[in-house]
Ligand binder design. Sequence first.
Ligand SMILES: C[S@@+](CC[C@H](N)C(=O)[O-])C[C@H]1O[C@@H](n2cnc3c(N)ncnc32)[C@H](O)[C@@H]1O
Length: 318
Amino acid sequence: MQELTEAFKTLGDPTRLRILRLVGEARLNVSEVVSLVGVAQSSVSHHLTRLKALELIREERQGGFTYYSLVVDEKAPLWPLIRLAKNAPDEHGDLARLTDLLRRREDVHTLNEKLLEPGQSWRLWAAALASLLPPLDLVDFGCGTGVLTVELARWARHVTAIDRSATALHKARVEAERLGLHNITFLEANLEALPLKSGAYDLVVLSQSLHHVESCERVLTEGARLLKPGGRMVVLELLPHDEQWVRSSLGHRHLGFEPEALRDAMRAAGLEAPTLVSAPRDVASPFKAFLLTGTRAVSQSLPAPAALRKSPLGTSAS
Ligand SMILES: C[S@@+](CC[C@H](N)C(=O)[O-])C[C@H]1O[C@@H](n2cnc3c(N)ncnc32)[C@H](O)[C@@H]1O
C-alpha cells in the first residue's frame, strides 16, 4: 500500500506526467526535456529524480550527456497508470515538438559524423586565441553566475562583472575564489544606469543578457559610454524564436533579436562598424546564437541618452 501511495504522489503532478510520457517515447537528455516542456532546468531535474526514485525511468551517460528513458513495460504493476499518462490528451503539443526535435536530432548526428575530426576543442582554441590578446580592462554586462566571467578573467587585466541578482553574484564570487581569480570586481547594479566612469574600459561584453533587459537602447548606450575611444563591444544574442515559455520561466523580455535591428541599435548607441558573425549552433535547439561586435569611434562625443532616440528594437513585452 505504501508503494502505491508513493506512486500516486509522484504521478500526481501534470508536468511530471508530461515528462514521463516524453521519455516513454524517446531517450532524452535534460536540455531536451527542458525545451519540450518549457519549465526551468532545476525543476525538470527534480521531476526526473522523483521518477527515477520510483524506478520508472533509467539514466544513462553518453557523449557527456545523461539520457533518460522509461523502464517499465506492460507487465509492470504500475503499467496501467503509465498507460493512462501515455494516452492522455496532448494539451501542450509535447508530442509534436518531440517529433520535430527527433527529426532535427538526426540532422545533428549526420553533421557530427561529418565533423568527427581532430581540432574541435573549441574551448581550448578560444583560450589559446584569447591568450594572444593584450591585457584588457573589461566589463561583463549581466554576468549571472560567472561562467563566462571566470573565463574572461583568465586573460583580462581586470573584469568588472555586473548583475542585478545578488544570488547570481554570490555564486560567481564563490566560483572566482575557488579558481583563485583575484582580478574581478563584482557589482550589483542595473545595466541601464551604471555607477562607472565613462571612457575607462577596453571591452564591454554582453553575453545573452540583452534579451533580459527592459531597454536595450539604454543598456547599449551605457556600454558605449564606458568604452575608451577605440574600445570594443561584443554582444552575443539569440536569433528570433517562438519559445514563449522563456518569458515566465527564465525572465526573458525579448524573444531573440533580428541581427540587423540590433546592429542599428548599436550604431545608434555610438558604435562604429558593427560586424555580424552568425554561428549555426546545435540545430536541435530552438535557440540559435549570433555575435555582433562594434567599436567606439576614436573621436566621438557620447550619444544622446537612449530615452530621447527612436528605438529600432521596439519596447520589450513582459
Ligand atoms: C542569461 S544570464 C547571462 C549570464 C552570462 N552572461 C552568460 O553568458 O553565461 C542574464 C543575466 O543578466 C542579468 N540581468 C538582466 N537584466 C539586468 C539588468 N537590467 N541589470 C543587471 N543585470 C541584469 C540577469 O540577472 C542574469 O543573471
